[in-house]
Design a binder for this molecule. Structure first.
Ligand code: ADP
Length: 586
């Protein structure tokens, strides 16, 4: 309240008014007083001049005192005396010759400042003095009297001018009463006026306080066109611009936050002491216990002072954490040549590393697969070249081996080319209608001879009458491999059974054998490239280790599935499921 601008305004306004009134009042009262006293002096002087003409002979006639002679009436005593007033006739020595104040004073020396000054200076003197005994103001006027050029005495008239002072007091009272009223009115006016000034200021203050809290919904009400109005406009303009800038900033921050939150790479920020500050979802997923590990993320990821090479602003390393390989890219945030914090971008490179590893393995496998037949060919050719005395039979056998090995290399490269064609979709997929019975019967017929050679009974069960869309050549390749494997890995006297059935909108084909079977630990790997349970046996039988990989790629291409079940020493079952085209008649 005491610090409010309104109160200050009212107080200043009142003080100014009070000062002005005091100044005017003092000047007015003094001037009026002086003027009234001057008028009184003039009136008394006139009276004294008239009296002087009358009483002058008293001083000149023998120079003696009128009162000396008994029976001589005092001339001045006949003049009416106003209250407290008196007239004195003094000779040149200041002795009272006559007076209206009573004969007792006649013959006495008058000690009075006005009379003394007139006696000494031989000139008219007047003065106002206050008589405390009578509680009144007296005006004394003394006039010198001359006989020719000779100074003969003075006539002093003392009159009460209390009425003038009473009038002055009344005037002063009226003035101050009026002043008090004016001040009261001024105070009320000041309160009203101050409100018109303070209200816009308060409005602006409230608005800026709200803006400081981030509330930009309100605007200052501008009612005038003066400086306060301009201030209101300026604050409103500021609020508009701030609101726009802040909402733009907010949008930008939201965008950034959304990007960081949902980006695939993990983002972790650290303060200058490498304490974690923020982690997005992806970063938390990289930690073994998620958000629970947030506080020790730096230690887990290797973001530690001792592991950061000095004089660098970026660091890179790969860390294995909970079975996953994480690539960490750490950047220092520089502000004014000082490190303000760090940002780490974490990427899970486990899959990428696995792929690189597979690629390396694949190259090694291909090299190995090709090297074996090549070494074999080379050694047989050397034997043929170096030993000129070889009989015809041996030469023929050596050449047969070379041819077989070369065939194997051709098969491997063909399989590899087909596989890469399927993976990169570089192979031509010729779609057409495939009749299930025709497809399975033709495959069994193609492999019948091989089965017979091995003493394996190949049995095709009745196939449902249906057709489906697919690439006949590629599908033949699948059956050749799967049925071929079944025959290959089944000893003489065993049996291979091929069956097909329609499962709702799918065709399910099963190739079961009573062969050697596959150990349980090898089962998950048989679809991998070059994976062979018994390498020597597979090679002997001309296998490349790519047959089942190719089969799976082809079945995938047709939107189907392939699986294998096996029991070591009992047999193997490979099943294929292919989708049937809707609405196609069987
Ligand atoms: P391969 O050309 O060596 O036959 P595949 O990819 O066709 O290569 O098969 C991979 C491996 O799976 C084979 O080497 C073999 O060990 C095993 N396998 C596949 N089919 C059978 C089966 N019917 N019985 C036993 N083992 C099989």
């Amino acid at each position: 309240m005491w610090r409010s601008i309104r109160l200050k305004f009212v107080v200043i306004y009142l003080l100014l008014m009070l000062f002005t009134l005091q100044l005017i009042g003092a000047y007015f009262v003094r001037t009026l007083n002086a003027s009234l006293v001057r008028d009184e002096v003039r009136g008394v002087q006139k009276q004294v001049s008239l009296l002087a003409a009358i009483v002058k002979p008293e001083l000149t006639s023998g120079g003696g005192r009128s009162g000396d002679k008994p029976g001589d009436a005092s001339l001045l005593s006949v003049f009416p005396q106003p209250q407290g007033g008196a007239i004195y006739l003094l000779n040149s020595k200041g002795v009272v010759e006559d007076t209206s104040a009573g004969s007792a004073l006649i013959g006495q020396k008058r000690i009075d400042s006005v009379a003394t000054q007139a006696l000494v200076g031989h000139k008219s003197v007047s003065a106002v003095r206050y008589d405390p005994s009578a509680d009144q103001h007296l005006l004394a006027v003394a006039m010198p009297l001359f006989q020719g050029d000779r100074f003969i005495g003075i006539l002093e008239d003392v009159v009460s001018i209390q009425s003038t002072y009473s009038t002055m007091r009344q005037v002063t009272t009226i003035f101050y009463t009026g002043s008090a009223l004016v001040l009261a009115f001024t105070a009320l006016l000041g309160i009203g006026l101050s409100r018109t000034i303070s209200r816009p200021i308060l409005d602006v203050t409230r608005q800026t306080a709200r803006m400081a809290k981030g509330d930009f919904s309100r605007r200052v009400q501008v009612v005038s066109d003066d400086e306060l109005g301009q201030l209101g406009h300026a604050v409103n303009d500021l609020a508009d611009k701030l609101q726009t800038a802040l909402s733009e900033n907010l949008r930008e921050r939201e965008r950034l936050r959304a990007i960081i939150t949902y980006m695939g790479d993990g983002v972790l920020t650290f303060d200058r002491d490498l304490r974690p500050v923020y982690a997005n979802e992806a970063a938390l997923r990289c930690l073994p216990r998620g958000a629970e590990d947030f506080s020790r993320a730096g230690r887990l990821l290797g973001v530690q002072r001792e592991s950061l090479a000095p004089a660098q602003e970026e660091w890179n390393w790969v860390r294995e954490l909970d079975g996953a390989l994480l690539h960490v890219h750490l950047t220092a945030i520089q502000r004014e040549a000082d490190t303000d914090g760090y940002v780490a971008v974490i990427r899970d490179v486990t899959e990428q590393e696995r792929l690189y590893q597979k690629q390396r393995e694949f190259v090694a496998n291909v090299s190995h697969e090709l090297r074996t037949p090549l070494t074999s060919i080379k050694s047989y050719l050397e034997a043929l070249g170096e030993s000129g005395d070889l009989d015809e039979q041996t030469r023929r056998t050596f050449l047969d081996v070379c041819r077989q090995e070369a065939d194997r290399m051709v098969r491997i490269t063909q399989d590899l080319l087909q596989l890469s064609g399927l993976e990169t979709q570089g192979i031509r997929y010729v779609e057409g209608w495939v009749d299930a019975e025709e497809w399975l019967t033709a495959a069994c017929q193609r492999l019948e001879m091989q089965a017979r050679r091995q003493g394996v009974a190949l049995d095709l069960r009745p196939v449902p009458q249906l057709r489906f869309r697919g690439d006949k050549d590629l599908l033949d390749r699948v059956l050749d491999n799967v049925i071929g494997n079944a025959i290959k890995y089944t000893a003489a006297g065993g049996q291979v059974r091929v069956s097909a059935e329609c499962e709702r909108d799918k065709l399910r084909v099963c190739v079961e054998d009573t062969g050697i079977g596959i150990p349980e630990s090898d089962l998950p790997h048989v679809f991998e490239r070059f994976y062979r349970v018994d390498k020597a046996r597979s090679r002997r039988s001309g296998g490349t280790g790519l047959g089942l990989t190719l089969a799976r790629e082809i079945i995938d291409l047709h939107g189907g599935r392939i699986g294998i079940e096996s029991k070591l020493g009992q047999g193997t079952k490979v099943w294929l499921v292919l989708p049937l085209t809707e609405g196609e008649p069987a």
